[in-house]
Design a protein around this ligand. Structure first.
Ligand code: AMP
Length: 278
């Protein structure tokens, strides 16, 4: 696997592949890779002859009080996992390659960036839109693979790609979970053993909400019950449990079209998010 940290070396590798007629897939990540990320790489290998993974802890999507400085990192471990997964190239640039001196573009996101994560982390989707646009430009990938774990993020990325006419297809992979249902996440490393046990309640609460919705409960009823269940399980603050249309990401009062039930809540200092199809 090639390990590349600058734009020129990336462009040279991609040009050689494209000249040979190969399709290129990219898997954007922030590193500290787990089986969820590797499922994206596996999907990328099905979609293209060449697979690029990117590792970049993107400062523009973190607020000043958030965990940018302590976000978990293990590049050597990530390299070993990506090599085993059959990744062709790791692009792991320093900040000054992603945001060179003079970089001045910002993206303001409406639509699917509004509400839920957009309310609780107002800076995040502008940063995601910016970094993904730059990754798509630098890699010239034909297809980019994202996880359903971050459902609202997928909605945002699809919107940006369509609005800015970026020639990349967006593919998604279902959420990879631990045996107790907890969605794998790099941030799970922050959970102490006691919190790790309680964390499974997020999946349980969303699963129960999905069942209640299918049985005809309103969104207010099912989501309200799930919030209560999270508090009982020891979550100190529930940011939201919500039902959204899977296609438009609009709010739904009850289940009358394909939807997602989404939740975000705090276990101590650790914020967990998850969502399920319903
Ligand atoms: P991150 O490194 O957290 O920014 O995630 C990079 C990509 O991996 C995003 O597209 C995430 O949605 C995806 N991802 C993270 N966790 C999982 C998971 N448990 N299952 C599937 N995809 C995931």
């Amino acid at each position: 696997m090639l390990i590349v940290r600058d734009a020129a070396a990336l462009a040279a590798a991609v040009s050689a592949w494209r000249d040979a007629g190969d399709r290129v897939a990219v898997v954007p990540t922030m590193g500290y890779l787990h089986e969820g990320h590797l499922a994206l790489v596996a999907r990328a290998r099905e979609l293209a002859q060449r697979v690029i993974a990117t590792i970049f802890v993107n400062p523009t999507q973190f607020a000043p009080h958030e965990d940018l400085g302590r976000y978990p990192r293990d590049e050597a471990g990530d390299v070993a996992k990506l090599e085993t997964a059959g990744c062709d190239l790791l692009f792991a640039p320093p900040v000054e390659v992603m945001y060179p001196p003079g970089f001045a573009t910002r993206i303001a996101m409406g639509g699917p960036a509004e509400g839920l994560e957009g309310t609780h982390r107002p800076q995040m989707f502008a940063g995601v839109a910016l970094v993904c646009s730059r990754i798509f430009g630098l890699t010239r990938a034909d297809v980019a693979v994202f996880g359903e774990k971050d459902w609202q993020q997928v909605m945002v990325v699809r919107r940006v790609v369509e609005d800015l006419a970026i020639p990349v297809a967006i593919e998604t992979v279902p959420t990879v979970r631990a045996v107790d249902g907890l969605a794998l996440s790099s941030r799970n490393a922050y959970l102490d053993p006691e919190a790790r046990v309680k964390a499974a309640a997020m999946y349980a609460a969303l699963t129960q909400a999905a069942e209640r919705l299918k049985a005809g409960a309103t969104s207010a009823e099912a989501c309200g019950e799930a919030e209560e269940r999270l508090r009982e399980a020891g979550f100190r603050q529930v940011d939201y449990v919500a039902l959204r249309s899977a296609r438009e990401f609009s709010e739904l009062g009850r289940l009358d079209e394909p939807a997602r039930v989404l939740g975000a809540a705090w276990l101590g200092q650790v914020r967990l998010i998850d969502n399920l199809p319903v």
